[in-house]
Design a protein around this ligand. Structure first.
Ligand code: ATP
Ligand code: MG
Length: 137
């Protein structure tokens, strides 16, 4: 069954949005198959965002992801990669539709509270970066 990697970034955790975000994925009908809380090191954050290493915001983004606790999760279900991104909304909360997580709960792109894998290959890579196979049910 299809799986995706979802992370609540430090701003989402700090703002007390963990249950709100988990609840949206649960209510949709997706299944939580892995979850943990951790503070990623800067090197780990850079690995996670390696595809963006040429972007001007890469350093700030990596610093931010490693600035506090992150909730790392794996969600499972039919179409969960694509539909998970729909639940999350557009990257820049200024463009995210109301009803989406970023549309309802965030304002600026640098503090957009949640990450979701953008395709089958990145989902596979991100799940194996953040989780050992025995940490998933
Ligand atoms: P994510 O990978 O976090 O789920 P995304 O796939 O919607 O987000 P990406 O293009 O992968 O968007 O960008 C990764 C993250 O980099 C964004 O979530 C955002 O926090 C940050 N980011 C993207 N564009 C900018 C920007 N122009 N300025 C600052 N930060 C940015
Ligand atoms: Mg992305």
């Amino acid at each position: 069954m299809e799986r995706t990697f979802i992370a609540i970034k430090p701003d989402g955790v700090q703002r007390g949005l963990i249950s709100e975000i988990i609840s949206r994925f649960e209510r949709k009908g997706f299944k939580l198959v892995g979850i943990k809380i951790m503070v990623p090191s800067k090197g780990f954050a850079q690995k996670h965002y390696h595809a963006l290493k040429e972007r001007p915001f890469f350093n700030g983004l990596s610093n931010f992801l490693s600035s506090g606790p992150v909730i790392a999760m794996v969600w499972e279900g039919e179409g969960v990669i694509r539909y998970g991104r729909k639940l999350i909304g557009a990257t820049d909360p200024q463009n995210s539709e109301p009803g989406t997580i970023r549309g309802d709960l965030a304002v600026v792109v640098g503090r957009n509270i949640i990450h979701g894998s953008d395709g089958p290959e990145t989902a596979k890579d991100e799940i194996s970066l953040w989780f050992k196979p025995e940490e998933l049910v």
